[in-house]
Design a protein around this ligand. Structure first.
Ligand SMILES: Cc1ncc(COP(=O)(O)O)c(C=O)c1O
Length: 445
């Protein structure tokens, strides 16, 4: 197990300081900003990643106990079988005037796994796949307004919810999303409802005399639908002629092979996959019923790199390997072990933890008032010194073994003991080498 002299890495943080001058926002993804982990002292960049180990620019190894590539790498980093399929595809040409036959095989595979679906379109990233899904729904219904729950990417259709409102998206995973640059005319076209609150959705539908185009949601993320919530969502979609879109970008594949909705007894009209379906290579799929998907022919939905051949090759190899290894069962076990460890160690050291999520997407936060965020920052700082990338969010992978979790929990035990000491001395903030972690979207200086 890696361990480091208790000094923060330097090359990565220095490069990141340079990046912030050249790249507005520092990185291309809010969730990869070092400020979201350990401002000023996060390694920020990697030289190599393999299994669940990451080497920073100073060649220090860390075991990754965060979201593991923002939830993309369910098989672990640089999976050999996926890399082999991709390498073959590169050798045979990753782009061409003609199409990749893997597109058809992948479509068949996805529809066999989700028998309610008959047709498939592809993009490469999650947010753009959701934008395509919403476009198809709007084209299919001839309506504009969308009701949604949860986070669905950076597109105008989604950020429209915060136009004029500013706070509509708070409570939907990412707070503070600024709709600057989104046309004000889109205000009112995306209306949020809360998970488990069927009344919210009923109220939206009652207030829309012209109907809505789509209901967009993750079928499940942090918690299972209570009672008949999801069944009633399906009924409302049917009654009002709205397209029901399930966003499986983060929930799909990790708890169950395919969409998590397959375990919930409710089928959508469209489901969207990305991220984990191709283990770190860009690929996304919009699958749906023919009656709805055919609308993709009426609207111009077309992009050059949606036809490159690496994504489908990676997705076919990933899906095959996820099935062969029963990765979902392993991931559930690892998540259960980790979350149980957090609870036990929290109690042992008298730390109040709020844990959330399903085993495959588990998380905890400290519940110590104004000390909570400094405590999480200190946790990340001290876990880093012990060779772990760690915060309060863990997306297990096939590469995490029970023995690795034990080693991680031994480090958590030591760090929790240290946090307890600083809490008792009222000097948590003083133990930090840099600023406190950020929690949402904010302009960087
Ligand atoms: C549920 C959900 N939808 C959409 C997205 C956006 O996907 P991407 O970041 O690939 O654009 C994410 C990303 O975290 C997500 O979790």
């Amino acid at each position: 197990m890696p361990s480091h002299p208790n000094t923060p890495p330097r090359t990565g943080p220095d490069l990141y300081r340079r990046a912030k001058h050249r790249i507005p926002g520092g990185t291309q993804l809010l969730s990869k900003r070092p400020e979201m982990f350990l401002p000023d002292n996060w390694p920020a960049y990697y030289r190599r990643a393999q299994g669940c180990t990451v080497w920073d620019l100073d060649d220090r190894p860390y075991v990754d106990f965060t979201s593991c590539g923002i939830g993309c790498c369910l098989l672990g980093y640089a999976d050999e079988t996926v890399n082999a399929a991709v390498t073959r595809r590169i050798a045979d040409g990753s782009m061409c005037t003609l199409n990749s036959p893997d597109e058809v095989e992948l479509a068949d595979r996805l529809c066999r796994l989700h028998p309610w679906a008959e047709q498939v379109r592809y993009t490469r990233c999650g947010g753009e796949a959701m934008a395509v899904a919403v476009r198809i729904a709007r084209a299919a219904t001839g309506r504009s307004t969308v009701a949604f729950c949860g986070y669905h990417g950076w597109s105008d259709w989604y950020l429209a919810a915060n136009v004029g409102e500013r706070t509509a998206l708070n409570g939907h995973l990412l707070a503070g999303l600024d709709p600057a640059g989104v046309p004000p005319g889109l205000g009112g076209s995306a209306l949020p409802f809360r998970y488990q609150q069927i009344g919210d959705l009923e109220a939206i539908l009652a207030a829309q005399p012209n109907g809505i185009a789509a209901i967009v949601m993750e079928p499940m993320r942090l918690e299972a639908p209570r009672g008949d919530f999801l069944v009633r969502v399906r009924q409302l979609a049917d009654r009002h002629g709205a397209v029901l879109i399930f966003d499986e970008i983060t929930a799909g594949w990790r708890s169950h092979h395919g969409g998590i909705h397959l375990t919930l007894g409710v089928n959508p009209d469209i489901a969207v996959f990305a991220k984990a379906m191709s283990n770190g290579f860009p690929m996304a799929a919009i699958i749906g019923r023919t009656a709805v998907m055919e609308a993709a022919q009426q609207s111009f939905i077309s992009s050059t790199y949606w036809t490159e051949a690496i994504g489908p090759a990676a997705a076919l190899a990933t899906i095959t390997r996820l099935a062969e290894t029963d990765a979902a069962a392993h991931i559930r076990r690892i998540g259960t072990q980790t979350a149980a460890g957090w609870r036990t160690l929290g109690e042992r050291h008298g730390l109040k933890l709020r844990s959330a999520g399903i085993p495959a997407l588990c998380s905890f936060a400290f519940d110590h008032g104004a000390d909570s965020l400094p405590l999480m920052t200190l946790f990340t700082q001290e876990m880093l010194a012990r060779g772990f990338l760690a915060n309060g969010l863990f997306y297990p992978t096939l590469a995490h073994t029970p023995a690795i979790v034990e080693q991680y929990l031994a480090a958590v035990d030591a760090v929790f003991a240290m946090l307890r000491t600083h809490l008792d001395r009222h000097d948590v903030a003083a133990a930090l080498r840099g600023p406190v972690v950020h929690t949402g979207f904010a302009r960087l200086t």
